[in-house]
Design a protein around this ligand. Structure first.
Ligand SMILES: Cc1ncc(COP(=O)(O)O)c(C=O)c1O
Length: 396
């Protein structure tokens, strides 16, 4: 018998640095250690709890669900309809809308990327720094990428002019990746004027926006967080939106998300969804049902929906309070870090070198990825001052 050596011929893959960080943190015996690297919301007790309203919806589903038969590549229509109402409001910026359920926000981005890659002449433009997985997703489908600097970490400011210039230099038909709110990793928000300026360039150049909407409701509020995206939806012809329910419903492991297409011609949207569904069918066939059923059970119910809005508000307020305290504490070392207070969502980026990140970890028990991204929800209020005292001397 001649044995193959296929597995051995494969390239070695580096383990995910964030997962490595989690393992290192867990193995650290020091009692004052703090993990700022986590990618999930943590409450004041350091937990990532199941939302109370999610428990209630699961109880309801347990009592009422009668079948676990297949649901089809497009997913659950009630989930898609009710989620669209939350994300885009009743009039969705005056556009027609169609959606497909996906395995989380990553699945949504991947499906959207597959669609864009149907025409490989187009590039996708990405501001840096950005969520680490973005480039991997677009590279996986063979899309060309153009990058521009989005944020100056030392100065803690958005580089609006660089962004607008890059978009002005993009070719008609190119796609533009934009984060709806709570930018990962910088926490930077854009002013209404900047959103309008972006909309004007996208409309003038005939670019195709793809929104990554993973944190709606965790920044300034559900409607406020979508305002910039809605400006663009109102101003341009076609828009793609990848929605994640992982953070806003704390459904991380349930893999719940959707891609929505917005435009003016129903037949074109149907074609787009048909293409997305055929990709889904050939990769995972159909999305997991449970998380979407939970979301639909919450959003359709007149008592559960307000309970969800309140719980989402609790998370948002906790993060805003931590931000205010962190901004004051970190600004003692670098005045620019006062910006952390006006940033939004879970993440901010510190000006710190990878060498200092590792030294800080070894000497002071504070964990973060080499990029200097911190999750403000990784801190309890009582930790903020001590974390800043320990991190301050290592900033660059
Ligand atoms: C910016 C951004 N987009 C998308 C996602 C994907 O989320 P998920 O696939 O867990 O729904 C994340 C998760 O961390 C994110 O930070």
């Amino acid at each position: 018998m001649s044995k193959t050596a296929f597995f051995d011929s494969l390239a070695e893959q580096r383990p995910d640095p964030l997962l490595e960080l989690i393992a290192k943190f867990a193995a650290d015996p020091r009692s004052g250690k703090v993990d700022l690297g986590v990618g999930v919301y943590r409450d004041e007790m350091g937990r990532t709890p199941v939302m109370r309203v999610v428990k209630a919806a699961e109880h309801y589903l347990w009592e009422t669900q009668e079948s676990k038969s297949y649901i089809g590549p497009e997913g659950d229509p009630a989930f898609l309809r009710t989620l669209a109402l939350e994300v885009f409001g009743e009039h969705h910026g005056g556009r027609l809308i169609s959606g497909i359920q996906t395995p989380g926000g990553t699945g949504a981005l991947r499906l959207a990327a597959e669609l864009l890659a149907r025409d490989k002449r187009r590039k996708i433009w990405i501001g840096t720094p950005t969520w680490v997985n973005h480039q991997a997703i677009f590279a996986a489908v063979g899309l060309q990428m153009g990058t521009y600097r989005f944020f100056d970490i030392g100065k803690q400011i958005v580089l609006v002019d660089e962004m607008l210039t890059s978009l002005q230099n993009a070719a008609p038909g190119d796609a533009v990746l934009l984060q709806t709110s709570c930018h990962n990793p910088t926490g930077a928000g854009l002013s209404p004027q900047t959103w309008q300026d972006i909309a004007a360039v996208i409309a003038a150049k005939g670019l195709l926006p793809l929104f990554d909407n993973a944190y709606q409701g965790l920044g300034r509020g559900p409607i406020e967080d979508a305002a910039g995206m809605m400006t663009i939806i109102e101003a341009v012809g076609e828009v793609m939106v990848a929605v994640s329910c992982s953070k806003s419903f704390s459904l991380y492991r349930e893999r719940t998300g959707a891609v929505y297409l917005l435009g003016d011609i129903q037949a074109s949207l149907d074609k787009g969804i048909g293409n997305l569904a055929s990709h889904a069918r050939a990769s995972y066939s159909m999305p997991p049902a449970h998380g979407a059923a939970i979301v639909a059970a919450i959003l359709q119910d007149p008592s559960r929906r307000p309970a969800w809005v309140d719980e989402l508000g609790e998370m948002r307020i906790r993060m805003a309070e931590i931000r205010r305290a962190a901004a004051e504490a970190f600004a003692r070392f670098r005045p620019e870090l006062a910006g952390i207070g006006s940033q939004e969502g879970m993440f901010s980026v510190l000006p710190i070198s990878p060498e200092n990140v590792r030294q800080l970890q070894a000497e002071r028990g504070i964990y973060m990825p080499d990029s200097g991204r911190i999750n403000v929800a990784g801190m309890r209020m009582e930790d903020v001052a001590s974390v800043a005292e320990r991190v301050g001397p290592y900033l660059t």
